[in-house]
Write a protein that binds this ligand. Structure first.
Ligand SMILES: Cc1cc2nc3c(=O)[nH]c(=O)nc-3n(C[C@H](O)[C@H](O)[C@H](O)COP(=O)(O)OP(=O)(O)OC[C@H]3O[C@@H](n4cnc5c(N)ncnc54)[C@H](O)[C@@H]3O)c2cc1C
Length: 402
């Protein structure tokens, strides 16, 4: 049987694409190399923007998937003087990735997609009218292949869409889940606040993100900038517990993964193949956020494939449209995130001092984090951006005085 579309990888990008294609009545096969539910090293911060993308296709998240609702960030820079910036509106949720990803793939199967886990794509043959995927569970033929197989994408490598990346385009992040008791939450930590310490890490930071009964501790940045990441993470953990008045954590099962850094636009389609999510390199270099772009690109790729199947359009043109749409929606924004990361990491002290002093500056951070604005808009409309900052600061000061 030939599927309308085969999707390699069932992270947020793959499951979103599968869900949307299946809803439109296409024959969909999703394969994943791991047995589900599977875990994935991730802070699990799901921005308001990601939640909006899910809502736009009719997916609402059940309560048990959300661990915490986030409305503040504790920043600390090399001067070791922490401060907490807060916003009245939550800008993110923390989700458990093994539950979140499993829930999304179940939405796709409920919509009619077939899902085979423990089924790695090992080889690919691409013909003029179809793609044949070879796996450990047999071969499958589809009219299109959506590559949603993550940062080390096999699809991207086999199709030649990615060759080994340059060292300034590869990020890396380590993460560990540390159990935390109720009593610690009540006395030492704030479950609505993300801890982000920018301590001279090239293009990166340490984090402590609150979960329900644990903390996600992690560290990420440009791969070339690290020597011994595990020791760095352990050092951060010691510093964190000391500063929060907690006994030292035992760090078991530290896990790491590559993170693409989006320095420039690259091809994301070839013949009958479309790349999405991390496989296409869609990660915000400054924050390390990728779930949102995985969901958005999964949706756009699905819409492109549906157009060809339902309206018999020329596949080449539609695939080109997919590339253009991605570029318009967030390609420029991701490119700017690289420049922003480079600028801020060379001026961490000034950036944090300004954020501490000016309310309007932390508002920008929250607007960026929640998806109300993006780097591209800021960089390309500096006058409008400065005016809105000025007005916000003025309003805040007048309000405080009143
Ligand atoms: C430590 C860490 C922390 C992070 N924290 C955050 C965060 O807090 N917020 C945020 O927004 N982003 C975060 N990110 C980034 C985010 O995890 C990714 O951008 C996001 O998961 C990308 O989704 P995806 O669907 O493209 O790929 P993935 O979620 O990586 O899914 C890819 C899937 O493909 C499967 N696969 C791989 N190879 C094959 C194959 N050959 N055949 C079949 N299947 C295959 C994998 O098993 C996997 O299930 C973090 C990343 C890291 C590494």
């Amino acid at each position: 049987m030939a599927y309308d579309v085969i999707i390699a990888g069932s992270g947020p990008a793959g499951s979103m694409a599968a869900f949307v294609c299946a809803k439109a009545g296409l024959e969909v096969l999703v394969i994943d190399k791991l047995r589900f539910p599977r875990n994935k090293p991730c802070g699990g911060a799901l921005s308001v923007r990601s939640q909006r993308v899910l809502q736009s296709v009719g997916i609402s998240l059940p309560l048990e998937i959300t661990d915490q609702v986030i409305s503040g960030i504790e920043f600390m820079g090399p001067d070791l003087k922490p401060f907490v910036a807060r916003t009245s509106q939550p800008f993110a949720k923390i989700v458990k990735r093994y539950l979140f990803d499993d829930y999304l793939v179940k939405q796709a199967t409920a919509a009619g997609a077939r899902f085979i886990d423990n089924c790695p794509l090992v080889r690919l043959e691409i013909f003029a009218d179809r793609v044949v995927c070879h796996t450990n569970q047999g071969e499958f033929s589809g009219r299109f292949l959506i590559g949603a197989d993550g940062a080390a994408s096999k699809v991207a490598r086999i199709t030649g869409l990615r060759s080994p990346e340059k060292s300034d385009e590869i990020g890396i992040a380590l993460e560990v889940d540390v159990p935390v008791s109720d009593q610690v939450w009540n006395t030492h930590l704030d479950p609505s606040v993300l801890v982000v310490w920018m301590l001279n890490i090239p293009f990166g930071y340490f984090w402590a993100f609150p979960r329900k009964i644990s903390l996600s501790l992690g560290l990420g940045g440009m791969a070339a900038g690290f020597r011994n990441m595990r020791n760095l993470l352990k050092g951060f953990s010691r510093m964190f517990t000391r500063r929060k008045g907690l006994p030292p954590f035992n760090l078991h099962n530290i896990r790491g993964q590559m993170l693409p850094l989006y320095k420039q636009q690259k091809p994301i389609t070839s013949n009958r193949v479309l790349l999405t999510g991390d496989a296409a390199g869609f990660v915000d270099t400054f924050t390390g956020q990728g779930i949102c772009y995985a969901l958005e690109s999964g949706l756009l790729a699905a819409q492109a494939v549906i157009k060809v199947r339902k309206h018999f359009l020329d596949p080449t043109k539609v695939l080109d449209q997919y590339s253009q749409l991605v570029q318009q929606r967030f390609g420029d924004e991701l490119r700017c995130s690289y420049s922003v990361a480079r600028f801020i990491h060379s001026h961490v002290h000034g950036f944090l001092q300004t954020s501490r002093r000016l309310k309007c500056f932390s508002k920008v951070i929250f607007d960026l984090a929640s998806g109300k604005t993006d780097y591209y808009q800021i960089i390309h409309n500096p006058l409008r951006f400065s005016a809105s900052l000025f007005i916000h600061e003025l309003q805040h000061r007048l309000h405080r005085r009143a």
